[in-house]
Design a protein around this ligand. Structure first.
Ligand SMILES: Nc1nc2c(ncn2[C@@H]2O[C@H](COP(=O)(O)OP(=O)(O)OP(=O)(O)O)[C@@H](O)[C@H]2O)c(=O)[nH]1
Length: 918
């Protein structure tokens, strides 16, 4: 009976295992078995063998294992019988068999674990691959969808706005009538709290009304539906697992599933060929789109919210806010946005009256990553402005400066203004002495007891009333450039001519500058206190340069002064005021200030300081000004006497503090309406300056390489110089001095000249162009010094302009190619011609002048014409080779590689030496 039971049990167990599919080792008594089925599916079954064989029992051919009664068995239907794992040993040792069984179980367990690990690894790889592919596809899809949505969103917003308007109108028209039926609820309103039953057909119109948002709505509605057929509790989660596992198995078999499933792919295997099943809420728990396997494994079968969906939500919010604004009657402001060729993001935002962040976001959406301070081009800016719904007005680069100088003053607004005078003249004729003497006449300074400070210009209050502004130009020739500029801001020139010296070169130059600037001259004949001066000589000399003084019947005022003694200074001031009256100098003080930078410097404590001569209007503290390529809000104004001032009217010299940098002397200063405008102009000018510098540097590089070639060829050299000075005037003076140096062989080129200490960029420039850095009353920063030392850049420090000149002159001379100088040493005339073996023709000569030396250079002159130039190879006296033969002696001379010599020819002998270029 028990045998019968055993056989029954064996049969039922054997029936579990399909032939050829069994993976269980025959020796296995217990454990789990993975069975493989068609289409790659697999299944794990538990197998247990709990049997004790009796000794001597013959093994049955198809299994004779007898399980103990009552032991549980996994008996999957369809499985086949398995033969017993092994025959029992004689004597029936239950302990050994148990041990064996345990060991086998352990072994089997290990194999199983290993197989599982492998499977997990493969799954992991498949997952990663699929996730990457899915992510790429998702992004692509999102971008496309976002673009579509943005377009549609705008259309919707407009439609909604119109609908709202219509509704409002209807409401207003028929207030007494019952309110119209509410529009169909938006699909977005369909929340997961929808009933967990199949949706009523009434839900369909809502979806058709908003086809675009169907996926969201459908998901929201389908979520409960999917749960409906699944049993609640843990089994609902488990119900997904086999399917997910199937997917995993699929992944192992083939490439990652493409969205939608390709033909022959796993999706194709699951789904029969033909039209896909219609996606309806009743279609069961089938997922939409792709499944996140992790989520599927964890039972979260709904997709997480995508970034695109968040964006859409935000966009919707924005539209709703806009709609609300429209309903509340607020009109959207459409502005005219002026867009130059480049504009910073912040500035663009300012012009659109939008938040900077919004503009950055808009740019980001367009694929432009820019911060607030970065500039974008006009095309990009235009797109952004259009997206914000503004009208765009494009302007060209040069348009930026249009209208900067303001309107032309009306005649009625003009008031008399003090004349601006420049004193010019030859060196040592007494310009500085005269300026000092005139300064001392200043009533205001005397009253204030203050000391007039040097700011490049000062104003004198004339005892009899009225004011005169003097441009305080230094007197050396090197300052010609400054004077030339001074003449352009000046109303008249006082030409100082020393009575004892008369008209000198720089006097003539000054006359030319005054003429070029079309300003009248007043001649101040100085040093009349000196004994024996001849005024007529001065007048006549002036006449030669078409300056006809009043005493000679001309219209040029002539005042005889003595700066030293202070003679006739009042007369000079009177003459100036008279000339001013003739010129009818007037300006409108009631307009925005406008002037010219006379001098500028970088003050250690006060920052950039510009001495400005106001020419039009009034400059006030707090004004926003553009000074050349710099700009700033005027922090403080300091007058020529060092006193703080609130305002500076026409013809007033004043120090301006608060600029962003040191403007160049001669640059115009303009008060503008806003910071934005100032910044725009300043940026434009700086950009232009940078372009110019870059061009100069590249030109410098080109010239450097050319220069190197020329140096090698011994043709031309160049001394490149970078000038840094404490004040603009000095920088210009050095420029003027240096540009005069050089000759056709070597020239001096000033690459860059500026105010301020030497920075790393200066050293870099000098290094790039093999230049010398000239530091005039300034020093290098520690970093620049270090860099110069490292890169071998020569920085030379000076405090006297003449020294700069001498030094650079010596430098360029040192770079001149050494000169081969020829020194004549003697003449000889040929008396006879001999033929000598091995030497060829030898001339019997007499030295007629100087000396003839062996190896010296010779020229053979026949009838006054040089017919050969070469070297002397032989010099003999009698039969001996000698080093030299002096005048009056006879000698034999042979030429190297030349023997066409005749009686009566002259031989010119010379030596060459290499000397440094002069
Ligand atoms: N006797 C006499 N000497 C004068 C007079 N004015 C100036 N000097 C002298 O002339 C010399 C030159 O005077 P400056 O005022 O330095 O002349 P400058 O034209 O400014 O010279 P630079 O600055 O070198 O161009 C000085 O020694 C003065 O003392 C004057 O009216 N009479």
């Amino acid at each position: 009976m028990s045998d019968q039971n055993d056989q029954d049990a064996a049969k039922s167990r054997l029936s579990l295992r399909p032939a050829g599919r069994l993976e269980l080792n025959k020796t296995v008594d217990a454990g789990s078995v993975r069975q493989s089925f068609s289409h790659g599916r697999s299944k794990v079954v538990q197998v247990e063998v709990v049997k004790k064989r009796t000794p001597g029992a013959a093994p049955a051919p198809t299994g004779g294992a007898r399980p103990p009664s009552g032991s549980p068995r996994a008996v999957p239907p369809g499985s086949k019988a398995q033969p017993p794992s092994r025959p029992s040993g004689p004597g029936g040792r239950p302990l050994t068999a148990a041990e064996l069984a345990t060991r086998q179980r352990v072994l089997e367990e290990q194999r199983r674990l290993e197989a599982q690990r492998e499977r997990e690894q493969r799954e992991q790889q498949a997952l990663m691959l699929r996730s990457a592919a899915e992510e790429a596809a998702r992004r692509e899809e999102e971008t496309r969808r976002r673009e579509e949505e943005e377009a549609q969103a705008r259309a919707e917003a407009e439609a909604e706005a119109k609908a709202a308007e219509r509704a409002a109108k209807r409401e207003a028209e028929a207030r007494v009538a019952p309110p119209p039926a509410q529009p169909a609820p938006k699909p977005a309103a369909a929340t997961p709290t929808a009933p967990a039953t199949p949706p009523a057909p009434a839900a369909a119109p809502a979806e058709t009304a908003r086809p675009r948002v169907t996926p969201l709505a459908a998901r929201a509605q389908m979520a409960p539906l999917r749960q409906t057929p699944a049993p609640s509790g843990p089994s609902s989660r488990l119900s997904l697992t086999p399917r997910a596992r199937e997917g995993e198995e699929d992944d192992r078999r083939g490439p990652p599933r493409r969205p939608g499933g390709g033909p022959g792919g796993p999706a194709g295997l699951r789904r029969p060929a033909g039209p896909p099943p219609k996606k309806t809420p009743l279609a069961g728990p089938r997922r939409e789109g792709r499944i996140d396997v992790n989520a599927a494994l964890e039972g979260e079968d709904d997709r997480s919210r995508s970034i695109a969906s968040i964006r859409r939500a935000r966009e919707r919010e924005r539209r709703q806010a806009e709609l609300a604004r429209l309903r509340s009657g607020q009109e959207r402001v459409v502005r005219d946005v002026v867009i130059p060729e480049t504009i910073t993001v912040q500035e663009l935002a300012n012009r659109m009256a939008a938040r900077g962040g919004e503009v950055v976001k808009a740019l980001f959406r367009m694929g432009v990553m820019a911060t607030l301070t970065q500039s974008v081009d006009a095309d990009t800016a235009e797109l952004v402005a259009q997206e914000f719904g503004h009208r765009v007005k494009r302007v060209a680069e040069d348009d930026i400066e249009t209208g900067l100088e303001g309107a032309v003053d009306e005649e009625g607004e003009m008031l008399p203004r003090p004349p601006v005078v420049t004193i010019m003249g030859h060196v040592d004729h007494g310009k500085t002495s005269l300026l000092d003497a005139l300064r001392k006449t200043d009533v205001a300074a005397r009253e204030a007891g203050g000391i007039t400070q040097h700011i490049g210009a000062y104003q004198v209050e004339v005892p009899g009333g009225g004011k005169v502004t003097f441009i305080d130009t230094p007197g050396h020739e090197a300052f010609t450039a400054m004077r030339a500029r001074g003449a352009s801001v000046t109303d008249m020139v006082v030409l100082v001519v020393a009575a004892d010296d008369g008209v000198m070169p720089q006097t003539i130059e000054a006359i030319k500058h005054a003429r070029a600037a079309e300003v009248p001259l007043i001649v101040a004949v100085n040093k009349i206190d000196k004994q024996g001066v001849n005024l007529d000589r001065v007048r006549n000399e002036l006449l030669q340069h078409e300056i006809v003084v009043e005493s000679l019947g001309g219209d040029v005022q002539e005042i005889q002064v003595s700066a030293l003694k202070g003679t006739n200074l009042d007369k000079l001031l009177e003459a100036i005021l008279l000339q001013a009256e003739i010129l009818d100098l007037r300006a409108n003080p009631a307009r925005a200030g406008e002037g010219t930078v006379i001098e500028s410097k970088l003050d250690r404590g006060r920052g950039p300081v510009a001495t400005v001569l106001v020419q039009k209007g009034t400059l006030s503290t707090g004004d926003i000004v553009v000074a050349g390529s710099e700009w700033g809000r005027v922090r403080a104004l300091v007058d020529d006497k060092g006193r703080p001032a609130k305002v500076a009217g026409p013809s007033a010299p004043v120090e301006v503090l608060g600029l962003s940098g040191v403007p160049g002397a001669g640059e115009t200063v303009l008060a503008v309406e806003s910071e934005a405008r100032a910044r725009e102009v300043s940026e434009f000018r700086q950009r232009k300056a940078r372009e110019k510098t870059a061009a100069a540097i590249s030109a410098g590089r080109g010239t450097l390489s050319d220069m190197l070639a020329r140096i090698q060829a011994g043709q031309q050299k160049e001394v490149a110089v970078v000038v840094k000075a404490d004040v603009q005037g000095s920088a210009e003076a050095i420029n003027a001095t240096l540009s005069k140096l050089g000759n056709e062989e070597v020239r001096v080129r000033v690459l860059h000249s500026a105010v301020g200490q030497i920075t790393e960029s200066d050293v870099q420039l000098a290094k790039a162009s093999n230049a010398v850095v000239v530091a005039f009353n300034v020093r290098a920063t520690a970093q620049a010094r270090e860099m110069a030392q490292r890169d071998g850049v020569d920085i030379r420090y000076y405090s006297i302009i003449y020294q700069v000149q001498d030094d650079i002159e010596a430098l360029y001379k040192s770079r001149l190619a050494p000169v081969q100088r020829e020194n004549f040493i003697g003449y000889a005339s040929i008396l006879q011609v001999f033929e000598v073996k091995r030497l060829g023709k030898v001339a019997g000569c007499r030295v007629t002048e100087g000396v003839v030396k062996r190896g010296c250079g010779v020229r053979l002159i026949r009838e006054g014409v040089v017919i050969h130039e070469g070297e002397l190879s032989t010099l003999r006296r009698f039969k001996d080779d000698v080093k030299e033969v002096t005048n009056g002696y006879e000698c034999g001379m042979g030429f190297r590689n030349y023997d066409d010599i005749r009686i009566g020819d002259q031989i010119e002998c010379f030596e060459t030496e290499t000397v440094a270029a002069a």
